[in-house]
Design a protein around this ligand. Structure first.
Ligand code: HEM
Ligand SMILES: *[C@@H]1O[C@H](CO)[C@@H](O)[C@H](O)[C@H]1NC(C)=O
Length: 508
């Protein structure tokens, strides 16, 4: 056989290879293909409309466009335009892979909840996140994810009664950085420092002190390292590795971030060992809740501890800061909303709000919901089908039939586009209008925190921190003036913030 192959002229070999390939395809068509067609027919599946690729094998035409839109800060707006042009659910190619993209609540619900078992995170996301964030709750699937989630969840339940005194201390540091002479300040920068300080204190028991007098050069660099890496990771997971290739700098920065976290992990492990051996009988500060000290009771693997801690740091820092920045960006441009919110804040009589009082501030909640609707912090996301399955709507002429998903198909969903659908939110969907929340009771149409088994664990914590910070700032400063004439523009890293920040002048 081998010698026959050796003697065959190259032309015949190529022909043979092509024949084998065709035979294999026919075989697949008749076997796996037949059972797939039956599965699709049994569920009434119809094809989804397809994106009109100019290069339909790898979809490079669209990838190049996405890279361009990313550069011009119109990535989200253009995604929305494509839904308007091709429908709320359509098929496409992403780096040579079959994909479906959707802004349909029913399909998102199926992907995240009712058919949760049929999906994994995408390998692209895992590859993009793992060099920095290791194996943690944001990169794990299946039993490993369950392990992460089970380990983390109780700590969130206990911390839901957020430590307002801790946040207060950092908000005071933030206020000290705000000029009182009417000059311009970008609150977004300060919010990112604030949430780094609160997240590190909550996680590690020791703030990074990026705000205020104790800020050191090393700690200021930490936020730069983090932002550089998350920007690259974001591009990589959204568009592909060719658009976010990790460079030397990325590797150096990631090592720096690891070193920063490892210091705390070692401390927590040493503390735990001392406690177990009875060298410490009672805690130094029994009322203080430190996330990492709870985690070391469940694992003593330093890499696992570091990874989970960095996952929570990402979750706790960038998200809440982005929300605050987008909220203050719009508040500063809307005197009508500001004065209504001002009235609600004034009803506290200048006192620090309690957890319950914060929860009772309705208009504040509407303002935050409306910011999360128009400027969702996690604007798009995706999952991969790990077995043949289907989505409930979007197929056929009327786009109401289910859609078959072959194993390996990527489902990417745009919360940003869904939140701006006029058929859901009305013809004024693009407008920032907190009052609309007096009547809105959305289900899967409003999804800032995700849904299903992987729903955000930090939702309460984030809402409390954003509310508290906003109230305290408004108690300190009576008036705000926007110093930014641009319309809101995306700033995409792993999350979405405001490209022109939140530039304001604040008046005591
Ligand atoms: C405005 C603030 C926040 C928003 C909009 C938000 C949004 C989200 C979203 C959309 C996800 C799903 C990600 C995915 O499955 O692909 C998520 C997951 C998660 N969030 Fe948040 N988040 C916020 C704040 C926080 C905070 C402050 C923490 C913790 C300190 C946190 C902890 C987590 C964790 C641990 C997960 C992973 C859940 C899992 O996969 O099982 N989040 N969040
Ligand atoms: C999905 O993730 C689980 C857990 O990591 C893994 O065991 C499984 O092989 C993945 N499935 C596919 C099809 O990649």
């Amino acid at each position: 056989m081998l010698s026959a192959l050796k003697d065959a002229p190259p032309g015949h070999l190529a022909l043979g290879a092509v024949a084998c390939f065709i035979l294999y395809q026919v075989y697949i068509y008749l076997t796996v293909g037949a059972s797939r067609r039956k599965f699709a027919a049994d569920h009434g599946c119809q094809p989804a409309p397809a994106y009109p690729h100019r290069e339909p094998i790898f979809g490079i035409d669209l990838a190049l466009k996405l890279a361009r839109y990313g550069k011009s800060k119109t990535f989200l707006e253009q995604a929305r335009n494509r839904f308007l042009a091709y429908g709320n659910t359509y098929s496409l190619k992403v780096m040579g892979k079959n994909a479906i993209t959707t802004c349909e609540p029913e399909n998102i619900k199926a992907t995240l909840a009712t058919k949760f078992q049929d999906f994994n995170l995408s390998n692209v996301r895992k590859a993009a996140f793992q060099p920095l964030f290791g194996k943690g709750v944001f990169t794990n699937d299946g039993p490993e994810w369950e392990h992460s989630r089970t380990m983390l969840r109780p700590n969130f339940v206990r911390s839901q009664v957020a430590d307002l005194d801790m946040i207060e201390k950092h908000v005071q540091n933030l206020i000290k950085e705000v000029p009182t002479d009417g000059s311009t300040i970008d609150l977004q920068d300060l919010f990112f420092d604030l949430t780094l300080d609160t997240a590190t204190e909550f996680l590690f028991g020791e703030s990074a002190h990026s705000l205020g007098s104790k800020s050191t050069e090393e700690n200021e660099r930490f936020s730069d390292l983090f932002t550089y890496c998350t920007t690259m990771i974001g591009d990589w997971s959204r568009i592909g590795i060719f658009f976010g290739i990790p460079d030397q700098r990325y590797h150096r920065f990631a090592a720096g971030i690891h070193k920063f976290a490892d210091r705390y992990v070692e401390k927590a492990l040493a503390h735990h060992r001392a406690q177990k051996s009875g060298m410490i009988t009672c805690e130094n500060s029994p009322n203080r809740y430190i996330f990492l000290d709870e985690l070391v009771k469940k694992t003593n693997d330093p890499i696992e501890l570091r990874s989970e801690a960095l996952n929570i740091l990402l979750a706790g820092r960038d998200t809440t800061a982005s929300l605050l920045a987008c909220l203050w960006n719009v508040l500063s441009k809307r005197p009508d909303v500001w004065s209504k919110l001002r009235a609600e804040v004034d009803s506290l009589g200048g006192k620090k709000p309690s957890f319950e009082e914060l929860k009772d501030m309705k208009y504040l909640r509407y303002c935050i919901n409306e910011a999360l609707r128009l400027y969702p912090v996690v604007p798009s996301n995706g999952r991969v089908a790990i077995r043949d399955t289907f989505l409930p709507v979007g197929g056929g002429k009327d786009r109401k039939s289910p859609i078959f998903l072959k194993k390996g198909t990527l489902v990417s969903y745009s919360v940003f586009s869904m939140h701006r659908r006029e058929d859901i939110y009305g013809p004024d969907a693009a407008e920032y209008k907190p009052e609309r929340w007096e009547k809105l009771r959305p289900g899967w149409e409003f999804l800032p925190f995700n849904g299903g088994p992987r729903i955000c664990l930090g939702q309460q914590l984030a809402l409390t921190e954003a509310s508290y910070t906003t109230v305290r700032l408004m108690q300190h400063f009576r008036d705000v003036e926007s110093r930014d004439s641009h319309p809101w523009t995306e700033l995409l890293t792993v999350t979405c913030a405001s490209n022109y920040g939140a530039k304001v002048a604040l008046k005591p």
